[in-house]
Design a protein around this ligand. Structure first.
Ligand code: C5P
Length: 237
């Protein structure tokens, strides 16, 4: 397929296609942590994340949650609707862990009485700083109305994902979303939902089935991501 690389990311590259409204995402075998300071090539990661995100995004579509995903076209590639990414990392937490416990001194594993949403400014040079609604307005990242929509969608996506992952006997601890504006100017869920971007704990053992395995040097991620994919497929549609 004739195309040019529009953007080289840490976990995937974005290519143009012959259709100006469609992009091709190429998943990479690269794993990174600490905003790219820790980096490794991990054979087999790209096809796992391509399949996992495809299954989740197509399920979300069926539940009426609009998103950029169109179809998987190879082991490592998928077609998506063209969007302009809003430079926000939207994190939702159901259980306290990661940077939340460090920042606030909350005990690891504390179940939060209601989901907590956080915003980070997507800017590698600044190390994706934690920002609030006033910063978002000041930086003109989103209007108040757009931010309210993003919050509301994030809560809806959380409800859907909790349902999907509980069918896999997995607790959805926290996750990060990105949204983009499509050519019609509508804000839709974009990027990916994979064990790279979620914390997933096995309900029986409490074991991490996500990128914390890599971040904390706890072992191999491919078998763990494979486990999530196998459970997603076994669940059936
Ligand atoms: O590290 P922290 O606790 O803030 O991460 C919260 C959630 O956001 C985790 O699920 C993590 O995988 C995700 N995240 C991400 N990309 C980042 C930062 C966090 O996917 N750059």
């Amino acid at each position: 397929m004739k195309s040019t690389v529009l953007y080289k990311g840490k976990a995937k590259n974005v290519h143009s296609t012959s259709d100006e409204n469609i992009l091709r995402l190429e998943y990479l075998n690269q794993a990174t942590a600490l905003n790219g300071k820790k980096k490794d090539e991990i054979e087999g990661k790209a096809p796992l994340n391509n399949q996992i995100t495809s299954l989740i995004f197509s399920d979300l579509k069926k539940r009426g949650i609009e998103n950029h995903w169109l179809e998987m076209i190879s082991d490592t590639e998928q077609l998506v609707e063209k969007v302009t990414i809003i430079p926000l990392e939207v994190v939702l937490r159901n259980v306290a862990t990661g940077s939340f416990t460090k920042r606030l001194g909350i005990e690891e594993g504390t179940i939060l009485p209601k989901p907590i949403i956080e915003f980070y400014f997507k800017d590698d040079a600044l190390d994706d700083p934690f920002i609030n609604d006033d910063h978002i307005a000041f930086l003109a990242i989103a209007t108040d109305e757009e931010l309210a929509f993003i919050r509301n969608q994030t809560l809806k996506i959380n409800t859907a994902l909790i349902d999907i992952f509980s069918q896999l006997d997995v607790t959805l601890v926290d996750f990060k979303l990105e949204f983009g504006k499509n050519v019609a100017g509508k804000i839709i869920l974009s990027d990916e939902i994979t064990p790279d971007t979620c914390r997933l704990w096995d309900k029986q053992t409490g074991q991490s089935l996500d990128k914390d395995i890599y971040r904390k040097d706890l072992g191999e991620i491919v078998p763990v991501y494979q486990e999530i994919l196998t459970r997603l497929k076994e669940r059936g549609e």
